[in-house]
Design a protein around this ligand. Structure first.
Ligand SMILES: [Zn+2]
Length: 263
C-alpha cells in the first residue's frame, strides 16, 4: 500500500479543499463546491472514496451533494451540526475503539481521530491522524476563526486542545488567510522574530501564487497571537488596545478577536 499524500484544490476565492490521495483514489475534506473536485478527479483519474466535513458552513459542505451524485461514498461529519448528507456522525470520544470518535479510511489504512473544537460553530470538529490535522475554520495560519456560534472561552479551550498536539503536526486549514493574519499579528507582536521571518516566507509564496499551508503546530505556537494569549508581549498589546489591564487568557483572546474583526 502506498502512503497517501495531500493536495490542495482551490475553491471560491480563498477556500482550500484538501485531497488525501494515492495513485488511484482520493478522500476530500470540506468540499465547498463539487465542480473543482470533479475536475481534479477526472484529470488525475481518481476514484472518490470518502468525504469529510469539519462544520456545517456552506463553503465547506456545499459540494457534498454534487459529489454524491457521481460517487456513493461515506460522508463523515460532526454529530451535532445540520448537514443532511452526513452518513457517519462523529464526536470526540475517549474510547479509542469507538467508531463514533474516528473517521477510518480503510483504503489508506488511515485512522483520523475526531476532536471537538467548538467556537467558530457550535459543533465544529477536527480530524487528527498520520501527523496531519484538518481543522476547518478553527485554527488558521497565524489566526483563528470568527466566533459565529461559540464563546471566547470555548474557542480558547478548542485552540488549546489543538496546540497540545505534537509540534511537528501538519496543519491543514480551510482558508488562505495567512498574509492578512500575519499583518495583524505583526501589530500585536512587532518584535516577534519568528513572525518577522514567517512574513518573508509567506510573502514569497503568495507572490508565486502558492499555498502557505500546511503550517505546523510548532510554527503556530511561535507566531499565532491567538495561541499566545499568555505571552507578556501579547497581554501588553491586548491590554493597551482594551484600555485596561487584562490578565486571564480568555479576556486577552476576546480582545484580540474583537480587534482583528475591525482591523
Ligand atoms: Zn466556517
Amino acid at each position: 500500500m502506498t502512503m497517501p499524500y495531500i493536495v490542495a484544490i482551490r475553491a471560491f476565492t480563498d477556500n482550500y479543499i484538501w485531497v488525501i490521495r494515492d495513485h488511484c483514489q482520493a478522500a476530500v475534506v470540506d468540499p465547498g463546491e463539487a465542480a473543482p473536485v470533479l475536475d481534479y478527479l477526472r484529470q488525475e483519474n481518481l476514484k472518490l472514496i470518502a468525504i469529510l466535513n469539519t462544520h456545517h458552513h456552506n463553503d465547506h459542505v456545499g459540494g457534498n451533494a454534487g459529489l454524491l451524485r457521481e460517487f456513493a461514498v461515506p460522508v463523515y461529519g460532526p454529530a451535532d451540526e445540520p448537514i443532511p448528507t452526513v452518513t457517519h456522525r462523529l464526536k470526540e470520544c475517549n474510547d479509542k475503539e469507538s467508531e463514533e470518535g474516528c473517521a477510518y479510511i480503510p483504503e489508506f489504512s488511515l485512522s483520523l481521530r475526531v476532536l471537538d473544537i467548538p467556537g467558530h460553530t457550535a459543533g465544529h470538529i477536527a480530524y487528527y491522524g498520520g501527523n496531519m490535522l484538518f481543522c476547518g475554520d478553527t485554527l488558521f495560519a497565524c489566526g483563528c476563526g470568527k466566533l459565529f456560534e461559540g464563546t471566547a472561552e470555548q474557542m480558547v479551550y478548542s485552540l488549546q486542545k489543538l496546540s497540545d498536539l505534537p509540534n511537528k503536526t501538519l496543519v491543514y486549514c480551510g482558508h488562505e488567510y495567512t498574509l492578512s493574519n500575519i499583518r495583524f499579528a505583526r501589530v500585536v507582536e512587532p518584535d516577534n522574530q519568528a513572525l518577522i521571518e514567517r512574513q518573508a516566507v509567506v510573502e514569497n509564496l503568495r507572490k508565486q501564487n502558492l499555498p502557505t499551508l500546511p503550517s505546523t503546530i510548532g510554527l503556530e505556537k511561535a507566531t499565532n497571537p491567538f495561541l499566545r494569549c499568555q505571552q507578556p508581549e501579547v497581554i501588553k498589546s491586548a491590554s493597551s488596545h482594551a484600555g485596561k489591564s487584562l490578565s486571564d487568557p480568555v479576556s486577552v483572546f476576546a480582545t484580540l478577536r474583537d480587534w482583528k474583526n475591525h482591523f
